[in-house]
Design a protein around this ligand. Structure first.
Ligand SMILES: [Fe+2]
Length: 377
């Protein structure tokens, strides 16, 4: 990973040599993980070429700084030295931006906002099982980025897997990245691996998560997040299980007011297409649920079942949010603890302010499918 430090002093304008210059169009920038003082950015060009990034405080062109990077098709870098809760604008170009005559292609401009300090309220969106249904995905992404009841913009999106129908091909780009370009250039996407991603290289190609990238943890605000890959072994002797035990017992998790875990296969499920062959993931019930209860996990987000289901057991709230575009399931059987089950396309919005958490599931036409308020325990 390349690292660049942007010290945004007024009138600072730094240009580092790019080497060879080309006019090849660049493709979609994806904002990845953000912290109050940093952001990770990935972008890809059609051909191997150098790239230059210009960053400025939005509305303050005097703060522009440009850094250029060596020739490559995939550029991945970390911007550091940023300010919390601040809007930035950035441009990416294949040539030095001051040489416009040699670069007839328009330089597109993107914006993002760094999160606030850890103690401040924040919001995030959750969706899953888009299955390459681009029209629904775009509607949900647009709705997710609208201000919620408490007027908080979301800081990022969780996707609980099956973003694509077939992850074995470049459809990760055509089913998710390209249709989401208007959102993902300024909003980090924390994706979980669904069975339809098929452990494809494209998942790793487009994301820059910590560690192995298919299961990872991060802290945002006062909340500790874990994303698992339930397509890989997570039984008690597995590497992933030991990693999860360590992460949930970490000082970072203990310090957090909220602990949220996201993965594809739900431990409990009421709806399914043909009925009868899926009522929840037995391994998740056996290995993950006891751990969640023991380590005071507050919220678990899953997909796989195409619809919305919500219930609580032993202090853990389970939300299945698999209504991101795939063909909808229907009710097959009941679990005592599942209080709400609706099989409709939707997204979930979570707002957190200290020890209070508000969750809303919102359907495609804006109707409220469910809402819940929790107090940290
Ligand atoms: Fe699915």
């Amino acid at each position: 990973m390349q690292c660049a430090r942007f010290i945004l002093l007024p009138l600072a304008f730094l240009v580092v040599s790019c080497g060879e210059e080309t006019n090849t169009p660049y493709e979609i920038p994806l904002l990845q993980m953000t912290t109050p003082t940093s952001a990770t950015l990935v972008w890809e060009t059609e051909r191997k070429e150098p790239a230059c990034l210009t960053l400025e405080l939005e509305g303050q062109p005097a703060t522009r700084e440009t850094t250029c990077y060596p020739s490559d098709t995939l550029h991945e870098l970390v911007l550091t030295g940023l300010q919390p809760a601040t809007h930035y604008r950035y441009e990416i170009a294949g040539v030095k931006p001051d040489k416009t005559e040699e670069n007839p292609l328009p330089v597109t401009s993107h914006t993002f906002r760094t999160p606030d300090e850890a103690t401040k309220p924040f919001a995030f969106g959750v969706m899953g099982d888009s299955h390459g249904k681009v029209d629904v995905l775009v509607q949900l992404l647009t709705a997710a980025t609208l201000p919620g009841p408490r007027r908080m913009p979301i800081d990022f999106l969780l996707h609980v897997g099956d973003a694509v129908e077939d992850g074995g091909h470049a459809t990760y780009f055509t089913d998710l990245i390209e249709p989401g370009r208007a959102v993902f250039d300024g909003l980090p996407l924390y994706a979980a691996m669904g069975n339809h991603e098929e452990d494809s290289d494209w998942f790793y190609h487009y994301h820059a998560y910590p560690g192995r990238e298919d299961y990872y943890a991060f802290t945002h605000g006062n909340t500790f997040f874990v994303v698992l890959n339930t397509n890989k072994d997570y039984t008690s002797s597995s590497k992933q299980y030991h990693w999860l035990v360590q992460r949930l017992a970490s000082p970072e998790a203990a310090r957090a007011t909220w602990r949220v875990v996201s993965f594809h296969h739900p431990p409990y499920g009421q709806g399914w297409g043909p009925c009868g062959d899926f009522t929840g993931d037995a391994d998740a019930q056996e290995y993950l649920v006891p751990l969640f209860e023991r380590q005071r996990v507050d919220l678990v987000f899953n997909g796989h079942v195409h619809g919305y289901e919500r219930g609580s057991r032993q202090g853990v709230t389970y939300v299945t949010t698999g209504g991101g575009g795939g063909g909808l399931d229907h009710h097959c059987q009941s679990w005592d603890h599942i209080a709400v089950a609706k099989y409709a396309h939707h997204h979930v919005r979570v707002e957190i302010d200290g020890e209070r958490l508000w969750l809303r599931a919102v359907g495609l036409d804006g109707q409220l499918l469910d809402q819940l308020q929790l107090r940290a325990h």
